[in-house]
Design a protein around this ligand. Structure first.
Ligand SMILES: [Zn+2]
Length: 400
C-alpha cells in the first residue's frame, strides 16, 4: 500500500490530517523524533510506546556508513532491524554530507572555519570522506534512493544540497537547480520497479530549496508542484534568526501544492512549531528535545517557568543542573502526566546529573518526548476546535 495523506480540517492555513502508511497512521500535525543511528538515544522501545511516539526518523548518512544498508535490508529493513513496528522516515543523507563541507549554521554564526577538501560536489553527486575512518564515499541521487529503499522507511527524501547561509545568491540558485535535477533523478530511480530494493509501500518527498531568497523559493515551488512527489520538505538555509526563518518558511509555502503533506526539516522549538502549524506545516523533526534531555534540559511550557528562586522567564526549557533545583521537591511540571513527573522531583533529577547517573538523561528524555507528543496532541485538538490562536497564547505566555 502506497502512503496517502488526507486533510480532515483546515482552519486558516493550519491543517488537521492523517498520513496513512503501511506501518500505521500518523495524525498530523506531528513531531518526529530522530532515531539517527536506528536508535533513540536515551529511550528504548518500551519508552517510545509509553510516551506514545507515533513515528521515527532515521538517518541515511550514518546508517549507510554503519552498519551499511544491505545489513539492514537483510534484517527486514528498519522495522525488522530495530524491532520498531510503527511508521518511519529517512532523510536523504545530504544534510550531513554537505554540512561536513559547508559547516553547520551554528558553526557559521560562531565564525568557525570550514574543513577544506573533504567534500566535492559534481553534477553526478557528492564525494566525501567517512567521519568514522576517513574512507572515501560517493552519494548520487540514485544511490541515495537505493540506500533509502534498502532501509525501507515508509517515507523517504530526495537528495539535495543544503547550501549554507553565507553563500551568494548565484551559488544558492545554481545549487538549487542542481538539487532539482537530482530530485528528478531520485524520482526516476524511485519509480523503477526493477531496482534491487524497490518497495511499493514507500512515498517520496521532494525538498524546497532556494535559501533565504523568495524568488528562488518560488522557482523551487514551481518545480515541486509540477513533479509527482508524494510530499514536500522545506529545507536549505532558513536564515539566522527567528524573524528571517518565519519569512523564509512563508515564502517556501506560498503556492505549494496544498494536497500533499509538508515537512519542515530540522525544526523543533515550541514557538517555531506553533508558528509552522499556523502556516500549514504538517510534520516536523529535530534532535533538540532528546539531546536537550540527555544534557539536563527539561522542556516546559514557557509560561510555567516561575519559581521563587528565579524571576519569570519565558524560555522553553529549564536546566536541571542549576543549583536552584538542589532542594526543589516539585516535579518538572506538576500538570505533566509522564512517568518522570509522576515519580520524581527536580531535586532528584538535579542530583542524578550531578552524580553523573545516566538514569537522569533517560528520565529527562522520557519527559521531553512525552511533552512534545502532548504538545502535538493539544495542537491537533485546537485545530479541531478552531482555537489554535488561544492555545499558542497559552503556551507562549504572550499575554502581556
Ligand atoms: Zn513530565
Amino acid at each position: 500500500m502506497k502512503p496517502s495523506f488526507r486533510i480532515l480540517k483546515t482552519v486558516g492555513k493550519a491543517r488537521l490530517g492523517q498520513l496513512l502508511t503501511a506501518h500505521g497512521v500518523i495524525e498530523t500535525p506531528s513531531f518526529f523524533f530522530c532515531a539517527t543511528k536506528a536508535a533513540l538515544k536515551g529511550a528504548d522501545l518500551q519508552t517510545l510506546h509509553r510516551v506514545q511516539t507515533p513515528v521515527l526518523l532515521a538517518n541515511t548518512y550514518h546508517l549507510m556508513l554503519q552498519p551499511g544498508a544491505p545489513r539492514i535490508a537483510a534484517a527486514g529493513g528498519l522495522q525488522g532491524f530495530m524491532g520498531w513496528k510503527g511508521p518511519t522516515f529517512t532523510d536523504s543523507g545530504g544534510y550531513q554530507i554537505f554540512s561536513l563541507g559547508h559547516g553547520s549554521v551554528h558553526e557559521e554564526l560562531k565564525g568557525k572555519s570550514r574543513p577544506q577538501g573533504r567534500l566535492k560536489i559534481t553534477e553526478e553527486g557528492a564525494f566525501f570522506y567517512s567521519y568514522r575512518d576517513g574512507s572515501p564515499w560517493y552519494l548520487s541521487a540514485e544511490k541515495s534512493i537505493e540506500v533509502q529503499q534498502a532501509l525501507g522507511a515508509d517515507c523517504i527524501f530526495t537528495l539535495d544540497e543544503c547550501t549554507p547561509f553565507h553563500v551568494s545568491t548565484e551559488y544558492t540558485a545554481q545549487a538549487m537547480r542542481r538539487s532539482h535535477r537530482w530530485a528528478q533523478r531520485c524520482l526516476d530511480a524511485f519509480n523503477d520497479p526493477t531496482a534491487q530494493y524497490h518497495r511499493s509501500y514507500q512515498g517520496l518527498y521532494g525538498i524546497s530549496q532556494g535559501g533565504i531568497y523568495p524568488e528562488l523559493r518560488q522557482e523551487s515551488t514551481e518545480f515541486l508542484n509540477q513533479t509527482e512527489f508524494f510530499g514536500h520538505g522545506i529545507g536549505g538555509s532558513l536564515g539566522t534568526c527567528k524573524t528571517q526563518m518565519y519569512e523564509v518558511v512563508e515564502s517556501a509555502l506560498q503556492g505549494l501544492c496544498p494536497e500533499r503533506p509538508i515537512h519542515l526539516l530540522g525544526i523543533g522549538g515550541i514557538e517555531d512549531i506553533l508558528y509552522g502549524v499556523s502556516q500549514g506545516i504538517d510534520t516536523f523533526d529535530c534532535v533538540a528535545p532528546t539531546r536537550l534531555g540527555r544534557h539536563g534540559g527539561a522542556l516546559i511550557r514557557p509560561y510555567y517557568w516561575q519559581t521563587a528562586l528565579e524571576p519569570f522567564h519565558p524560555r522553553e526549557s529549564i536546566n536541571l543542573l542549576k543549583a536552584c533545583f538542589t532542594e526543589d521537591d516539585r516535579p518538572i511540571d506538576d500538570q505533566c502526566l509522564c512517568p518522570t513527573c509522576q515519580n520524581h522531583s527536580r531535586a532528584y533529577l538535579h542530583h542524578l546529573f550531578k552524580a553523573k547517573e545516566s538514569t537522569g538523561g533517560t528520565l529527562l528524555v522520557t519527559h521531553n518526548m512525552f511533552f512534545m507528543n502532548q504538545l502535538m496532541k493539544e495542537i491537533r485538538q485546537a485545530i479541531e476546535q478552531e482555537n489554535l490562536e488561544v492555545l499558542s497564547k497559552k503556551w507562549l505566555a504572550r499575554l502581556a
